[in-house]
Design a protein around this ligand. Sequence first.
Ligand SMILES: [Zn+2]
Length: 142
Amino acid sequence: MHWNRKRQIHYAIRRALALRCPACGYGHLYSGGWRLNDTCEYCHARYEREPGESLGVTYLVSGMTLILILGGFWLIDVVLDADPALYLSVWIGIVIVGNVVFYRVARALWIAFAYLTGGVYPDPDYEREYVAPGQKAPHYER
Ligand SMILES: [Zn+2]
């Protein structure tokens, strides 16, 4: 793998974990907590091009939450030998916290992945024109 490509992946993941634009690292992915911005306020990269693109995030979050649940089950049942009522309350807590904590980061990583595979780039007139994945947006000038 080329050195620059390695660095690009490294930066994209680091920016995603910081909930920043994977392309420039300055723009915020979210505004006001949960709402994903359409584009980066600095480099105008479009975060999500395909409607329902973030559906894969749901699977990602579910998978990570499942790992937490299994880990929690093992911890409570095997290590702590706790009673079922305590287990149930902890389990519900894990599910809620797992989804809340993971969703934003998982979606950010999903966008970083889209960026690394060429799916996140600036496009003009995004409110009027839908650019399908794989198609080149018209030349962008600022
Ligand atoms: Zn940006």
